[in-house]
Design a protein around this ligand. Structure first.
Ligand code: HEC
Ligand code: HEC
Length: 207
């Protein structure tokens, strides 16, 4: 009889032990499940505090080759900074600038610029050139909204910068397979009309 009770107790303890182990294993699995979590949203206020060194170039309307950042999409912003840092885009100043920040800081900067509301109106209305038809699928009809998060806004961007960017893709100086292909057959005249058109649309603001 005592042997029977002892064996019952032993069996119960074994079951309890197995349950504890299972619960522990499950908790470990849940704790290690980051894959489906969305990318962290940056802190715009923290980002703003890091922009003092950017404003001397980016917040100046007259600096034609310096792109406007106000309203640019956050994912594209981070991708652009990584591209400078990692050498996919050649620009000595921006390489040094981008290299100073942690990934967290890049996300904060991106949140600050993305939150900057477009205030400026587009300038003289101009009709969409035929050469922009192929661009609309990704950049939107007026370049104001990328079809996916990695597609930058073009509307309101400075014309000189847009020209530079398109030439850089066409020559291969700026390496990004989709845009290298898009720019390959675009003529100088088309680059000029595309740049003028997108610059005239309402969208990005000097920041
Ligand atoms: C000395 C001037 C200068 C300073 C300072 C500077 N930038 Fe730039 N930035 C540029 C220029 C010029 C370009 C365009 C380079 C090119 O043609 O690729 C650029 C490009 C960029 C781009 C790419 C935008 C796009 O549409 O692809 C981002 C993002 C950017 N800068 C963010 C910053 C941030 C954030 C800071 C401050 C932490 C900063 N820059 C400081 C001159 C500057
Ligand atoms: C299949 C999608 C797609 C099409 C079509 C497309 N683009 Fe793009 N474009 C992109 C992506 C993605 C990027 C970001 C590339 C990078 O990170 O350098 C980009 C970047 C750009 C940039 C750089 C903007 C900046 O802030 O530096 C310009 C300018 C541009 N595209 C103009 C055009 C024009 C003009 C056309 C039509 C002739 C066009 N694109 C067609 C996807 C597209």
């Amino acid at each position: 009889m005592t042997a029977f009770i002892a064996s019952m107790l032993a069996r119960r303890m074994l079951v309890a032990l197995i349950c504890m182990l299972c619960a522990f294993a499950l908790e470990t699995v849940i704790a290690q499940e980051p894959a489906t979590k969305p990318a962290p949203r940056g802190d715009p206020a923290a980002g703003k505090r890091k922009t003092a060194g950017c404003n001397g170039c980016h917040a100046v309307a007259g600096m034609k080759n310096v792109p406007s950042l106000g309203g640019q999409g956050a994912s594209y912003f981070v991708a652009a900074m990584r591209a400078y840092r990692d050498g996919m885009r050649n620009h000595t100043t921006m390489r040094d600038v981008a290299g100073q920040f942690s990934e967290r800081e890049l996300v904060d900067l991106a949140a600050y610029y993305a939150d900057t509301n477009a205030a400026a109106e587009g300038t003289a209305p101009s009709a969409a050139p035929a050469s922009s038809t192929q661009c609309a699928a990704c950049h939107g009809a007026e370049g104001a909204q990328g079809a996916t998060l990695d597609v930058p806004k073009l509307a309101g961007q400075k014309a000189a910068y847009l020209e530079l960017a398109l030439r850089a893709y066409r020559s291969g100086a700026r390496k990004q397979p989709i845009m290298q292909q898009q720019a390959a057959a675009v003529s100088d005249e088309q680059i000029a009309e595309l740049a003028a058109y997108y610059a005239s649309r309402t969208g990005l603001t000097v920041k």
